[in-house]
Design a protein around this ligand. Structure first.
Ligand code: PLP
Length: 478
């Protein structure tokens, strides 16, 4: 494709994207395709000769759009806000257009330095002190894995040159909340701690936040058993209920054992932009690492996840590679992001953050976050005031966990009722919510924060939930 052919096709594609974004409110929120349906609509063999661009574009509409759950829809309340601002999309397009090879500073100095600046802008916006250094990872799952590896290396007091895991005298233990996101146990296990040395610490039965006294007791028990507390992952904004583990108290307990503290604020981290919400992150300054996804609530298109660390020299000791072919004359003067994580080649992800922040401005982003908090409070109050409905966890931010509990249903029937009305809401296409298990019972999470969601949408959701609950057949226990 020549640049001129690209120009023509790209204009068409941009028109297509703009039209698509404009019609999202009219699309069903959830994709309703059957498993295998998309694959069956595509040829099994690759094309030997070029196809017209119009055909490709037409297939986007015909085949691909129905296979996408519309996270940019104003009635998307599933999983977590997965915003993809058009401003950040422009940055992503620019990134692809530049085609920078991000392997070393030398291969694309701008890629490195724009990332240094944008991660520092976000640090400032979040009110984090200037002792933090940030890099953009693909996802929080990767950021947490990197943090677990760094924590393991510090606790084992070894480096790439040492015996590695084989040289660890005492088993290393990792601690987290049972409500931490699944990427946390995954990272702990991938980092080699082993299932027996991953401990889930008790949480408060009302707030679902980790209990520091239970953490202290678990660590003392492990020390008595000859183990070494190595790392605690504080979930600040758990996935289930958006519970906020108390970082300050966790840091205090961890410090007595010199254990690493990693904060997983993948979803909730954006609330640090709001001074009135900053108390929920008290103590974060004492942590060693922090994962936060601008590709969730903040609005930057996936993938854009931040990993901040306190001791970047330690991270570099764990992650650096120095093959001769990557050497340059300025290595001592520049940041080499290849040494701050796992991949060598990196995309110019900072551009989508740079475009997002420059074209939206922090003030508008803060206003949108506050709007979402207000909407969540409004919904929680409306639901709590209604007979037979319960709000099941504190609504510190934008996640509202609810259950409709009509009288006369035993546990099993109530679970069936919950899943029935939630599935009916999702199948109806007018809204999307996420059923999830809390205290071994099904409930429904309503995660508010899509860029397009206004108060009127939340009011419409509340009406829709009542409509579906009334329509769903509840089979009372005999
Ligand atoms: N941590 C929390 C609290 C989350 O809500 C999520 C969301 O999926 C993750 C981690 C994983 O994020 P990612 O998809 O960036 O790996």
């Amino acid at each position: 494709m020549t640049p001129e052919e690209f120009r023509t096709a790209a204009h068409e594609l941009i028109d297509w994207v703009a039209d698509h974004r404009a019609r999202i409110p009219d699309l069903p929120v959830a994709s309703s395709v059957a498993p295998g349906e998309i694959r069956a609509a595509l040829p099994g063999r690759p094309p030997e000769s070029p196809e017209p661009f119009e055909d490709v574009l037409a297939d986007l509409d015909r085949i691909v759009v129905p296979g996408i759950t519309q996270t940019q829809h104003p009635a998307f309340y599933g999983w977590f806000p997965s915003n993809a601002s058009l401003s950040s999309l422009l940055g992503d397009i620019a990134s692809g257009g530049l085609a920078g090879l991000g392997i070393t500073w030398q291969s694309a100095p701008a890629l490195t330095e724009v990332e240094q600046v944008t991660t520092d802008w976000l640090r400032q916006l979040a009110g984090l002190d200037d002792g933090w250094r940030g890099a953009i990872q693909d996802t929080a799952s990767t950021g947490t894995l990197v943090a677990m590896l760094a924590a393991r290396e510090r606790a084992g007091e070894h480096s790439q040159e040492s015996a590695g895991l084989q040289g660890v005298a005492q088993p290393l233990v990792a601690y987290t909340s049972p409500h931490a996101h699944s990427s946390v146990p995954k990272a702990v296990l991938l980092a080699g701690f082993g299932r027996d040395n991953l401990r889930f610490v008790d949480v408060d039965p009302v707030t679902y936040a980790m209990r520091p006294d239970a953490l202290a007791a678990a660590m003392a028990e492990d020390v008595a058993a000859g183990k070494r507390p190595a790392v605690v992952v504080a979930a600040v904004g758990t996935t289930g209920t958006c519970a906020m583990d108390p970082v300050a108290a966790i840091v205090e307990v961890a410090r007595t054992h010199d254990a690493w503290v990693h904060v997983d604020a993948a979803m909730a981290g954006s609330a640090m932009l709001l001074p009135e919400m900053r108390h929920l992150f008290d103590g974060v300054e004492g942590a060693d690492s922090l994962a936060w996804n601008p590709h969730k609530w903040l609005g930057t298109i996936l993938d854009c996840s931040l990993l901040y660390v306190r001791d970047v020299d330690h991270l570099i000791r764990c992650m650096s590679t120095t093959p001769s072919y990557l050497r340059s004359a300025v290595d001592d003067e520049v940041v080499q992001y290849k040494d701050w994580g796992i991949p060598l080649g990196r995309r110019f992800r900072a551009l989508k953050l740079w475009f997002h922040l420059r074209l939206e401005g922090a003030e508008a982003i803060r206003a949108r976050l506050r709007r979402d908090l207000d909407n969540a409070r409004w919904l929680a109050e409306a639901i709590a005031a209604e007979t037979d409905w319960r709000v099941l966890a504190p609504v510190d931010l934008q996640t509202v966990c609810v259950r409709h509990e009509p009288p006369g249903l035993d546990r099993e029937a109530l679970d069936r009722h919950t899943l029935a009305w939630a599935d009916a809401v999702n199948a109806g296409g007018r809204a999307f919510v996420s059923p999830s298990v809390l205290d071994e019972r099904w409930m429904v999470r309503i995660s508010i924060g899509a860029e397009a969601t206004e108060r009127a949408d939340v009011e419409a959701l509340w009406a829709l939930l009542r409509e579906h609950v009334a329509a769903s057949r509840v089979v009372p226990t005999a």
